[in-house]
Design a protein around this ligand. Sequence first.
Ligand SMILES: [Zn+2]
Length: 190
Amino acid sequence: MSLQIRYFGDPILKEMGQKVETFDEQLSKLSSDMLDLMHRSEGIGLAAQQVGIALQFCVMEVPEHPDYPITCILDDKPLTPSLIMPISMANPIVSALPSDEYYYEEGCLSFPGINADVARPERIRVTYQDLDGIEHTLECDGLLARCIQHEVDHLNGILFIDRMEKRTYAEIKKEVQVLKKQTIGEKKSK
Ligand SMILES: [Zn+2]
């Protein structure tokens, strides 16, 4: 069965992911299937919950923009972000590094067409396991740090609307409610 994106209103998006314990062919297959779906949907990140699986697992492919360089240090080695893309993370844990929070307009494949500002720290450290179960530490900033924080939130059942300021959410509330109704309606009719 091919994977499908789950939209807001689907209760799986609120679920905490289970820890990845087995690093096998099945996980690699999930990773490549999720990346395929993410690319087809023109997203830069996708969490397991967004394809209906409550697991601590996400994939990302963050583009580099010449005007907004990304600093990236993997296991104490500085490198060009494109060298680690696409990236699959199992059991990621994020901590903020000393830096300012800034607002950036985020979107989410589970909220098609809905974008709004969210404040997040500029620099982070994330520890995670790769598809072979090997542990890594990545320090980064910019769009990559932004994307990792958004995806890791998904793995803990937290959505970008949960991070928005009240007045920002008020601006998109109607669209979000329409989406939720639609999602619930489609589930019932199946
Ligand atoms: Zn999202």
